[in-house]
Design a protein around this ligand. Sequence first.
Ligand code: SF4
Ligand code: SF4
Length: 344
Amino acid sequence: MKYKRLGKILYHIAYSTNYANFTKPTSITFDVTDRCLLHCKTCYKWLSKDANNEIDTSSWKEIIYSLKQWLENYRVCISGGELFLRDDIFDIISFARKHNVYVTAISNGYHIDSTLAEKVIASGLNGISITLNGITPGVHDFTRGMEGSYEKAIQAIDLLNKSKKNMFVCIGTVLMGYNQNEIIDLIKFVKERHVDGITFQALHDTSTFHPFDHNDYFHAEGEWYKTHPLWPKDTHGMLSVIDKIAEYKKKGYPIGNSFISLQWMKRYFQDPKEILKTKCMVGMNNFSVDPYGKVRLCFNMNPIGNILSQRPEQLWTNEKALQQRRAIKTCKNTCRILMCNFDK
Ligand code: SF4
Ligand code: SF4
């Protein structure tokens, strides 16, 4: 208890001073590819077709090992793009598991047939989140830009859920105007199919990615939500959906969002700028490695360096990281609402 409090104090000192030398990141992510077959309306990654410069299996193993030496016991979330487009993904996952790293994955489920589901289980993966944006093909397929993606996602959830042993299987859903009327049915689906949980992310605009210039100077994103086609037009309806999510959570349905984050989501959908009152903690929490070995604190900013040429602990405390922690504190972007960035 005493150590936990001390950790929290150090964390806040690090945030105020921008010096993170006495803290370590808690949210490690590996985006192992930018490639993806789907064309989601909430993502830009599928525009990348370039697999040539992706780092190879042995480099990922070196990264896993160097993080192990620095962080000892750590958790990593592997994502993309779509991670299952990499032929060596099970080799990477199994290597991490052999070194006692807790590994979870985020997938669109599109490639998970019975053979791949068996490989997922055999790899020792600790948990997987499949994105499902609606309970009908029309809604899910529209948001994912691919006909048939709903059937594939449901198949993936069922196959994994049927044969999972110690692995958890959950659903991730982007909350937006286009699917707000299907959210409660999705929550019921989770319970009926004995899925381990569902977590909601509020819609954020993809066209505002990379709002920082090469000096990490922030360029205002404007009021993107006013013209965004997926932003809820029926604000009142969205607020009552979020209230219902909280009610189902109180009843014991496995909803991953905290009550406080649901409250902030309501404020965000009422007035997106309201969210700027919360701190963005990515400078203290995040250590994201992209398919080319570049490391970022904030996914919108330039890399702080490349893990293939520098030790992770050096990257964490280098001049670029210090400069970016200053920029993060003055950032006026609303993507702090995203679960991985949120401070509450
Ligand atoms: S499935 Fe994921 S990576 Fe692929 S386009 Fe959609 S959000 Fe992006
Ligand atoms: S709110 Fe946070 S995650 Fe979003 S751009 Fe700003 S610093 Fe980055």
